[in-house]
Design a protein around this ligand. Structure first.
Ligand code: DI6
Ligand code: FE
Length: 397
């Protein structure tokens, strides 16, 4: 391919920018990337796709979604606009538990069918890898049903799906007041069963005063460690319980949200190599006033990923480009940090930094081609989709 390339692979130029570049793929893999003038002679007879005037980036990665669920919660949106809080909607039986009811009532086929348009929205913007969590079944069977639906999406669309076990999202209605029993019967025993079925790529939890405490999450992460599954955690979103520090102590891939992160937690993340996953869609939807401490994350050299947090309650956002725009405008990321947030840092947050997230020799040929002159235009526009071509594993689709 001949084009301008944002490799995101480091180097002296911002974005790893190569203004007149060439990129060579073989099968599913990138074999060479560099200035066109330096293209080795052995590639000169390869089939050429000319992309003059276009910009090539790694395909995007949405490293935090709850894409599979039943129903929707538009009426809660209307309630919040009338001033009812997210927390009080949850106490009235709405919130996560409303989606649990709808998800339990849906068949696996129905979950696949309702998730497809949301997935297609992401793919249409150059996304090639999507993380999807369980967490709206809250019993072993319905949690597995969600993850099976998530896995099936990758058989119907050219996309890589990475799953997370998020039974520790809320306590199931039938276990209200018996959270420790829920933890044992559903979160831990259910994890073993789902893992045995090959449904789990990582283990996640919601560590917050409205959800699970650090000692409960520690029990979950002990089982994850025993099963050799990587961990990630919703931490410091609405309060600070020390979830980021706990996640870091388990070597978690990512700690997500982080509006209430303190310096101790950030230092622990830096030492453990835990990625900070920023989710501006939830911050925006819940009209939060406290922002994640981006300057501190930057100063400590903690990689910052950006995700949609696509879910029916706190972030009904299905555009990763808009999430990038929000990360810049609301949280103060630079356009380069926003693009790294959905490529290199997102790959690292999924433990896939060795396979995708940059354009360099040996990486998967997951590529996005854009009708823009420069990658800064990607987070700059709102509601304009400049994708010209999406390549997944070397195949244009
Ligand atoms: N944090 C969130 O923002 C979502 N889950 C979580 O742990 C909310 C999910 C929902 O409201 O349905
Ligand atoms: Fe989430």
């Amino acid at each position: 391919m001949r084009c301008a390339i944002a490799t995101m692979a480091g180097g002296s130029e911002p974005f790893g920018w190569i203004p007149d570049g060439a990129l060579v793929t073989y099968g599913k893999t990138i074999v060479w990337v560099g200035p066109r003038s330096a293209l080795p002679a052995r590639y000169r007879d390869a089939k050429v796709v000319t992309l003059d005037g276009r910009t090539v980036t790694p395909a995007l990665i949405d490293c935090h979604t709850h894409l599979v669920y039943g129903g929707h919660r538009a009426h809660e949106f209307a309630m919040r606009l009338r001033g009812v809080s997210y927390e009080s909607i949850a106490r009235q039986g709405g919130g996560i538990l409303a989606t649990v009811q709808a998800t339990r009532a849906a068949s696996e086929d129905e979950l696949v069918a309702s998730a497809l348009p949301r997935l297609d929205a992401l793919l249409s913007e150059g996304v090639a890898t999507v993380e999807i969590k369980s967490g709206y079944g809250l019993n072993p069977g319905d949690e597995r049903k969600m993850l099976r639906a998530a896995r099936r999406l990758a058989t119907i669309r050219p996309v890589r799906i990475v799953t997370s076990w998020l039974a520790a999202h809320a306590t199931a209605p039938e276990y209200q007041g018996r959270t420790d029993a829920y933890l044992q019967d559903v979160v831990l025993d259910g994890l073993r069963a789902a893992h045995a079925e090959g449904l789990v790529d990582a283990v996640d939890g919601f560590c917050d005063s409205v959800a699970f405490g650090t000692s409960q999450i520690a029990r979950l992460f002990d089982v994850a460690t025993e099963l050799r599954l990587p961990t990630r955690l919703h931490a410091e979103q609405l309060s600070n319980l020390g979830g980021a520090k706990l996640a870091a102590s388990y070597g978690a891939l990512g700690a997500d949200h982080l509006e209430y992160l303190d310096e101790e937690g950030a230092r622990a993340m830096a030492a453990a190599g835990t990625v900070a996953v920023l989710l501006p869609g939830a911050y925006y939807t819940l009209r939060q006033s406290r922002k994640p401490p981006v300057a501190m994350l930057r100063a400590l050299g903690i990689p910052m990923a950006v995700g949609t947090d696509a879910n029916p309650g706190s972030s009904p956002l299905f555009s990763l480009l808009l999430a990038m725009n929000m990360a810049c405008t609301l949280f103060g990321l630079t356009p380069e940090e926003a693009l790294a947030g959905v490529t290199t840092a997102a790959a690292q947050a999924l433990g896939m930094g060795d396979r995708c997230g940059t354009l360099s020799g040996g990486k998967r040929a997951d590529i996005a081609v854009w009708d823009v002159e420069h990658p800064t235009e990607l987070p700059y526009h709102m509601g304009l989709n400049p994708l010209a071509m999406r390549v997944f594993g070397g195949v244009t689709c």
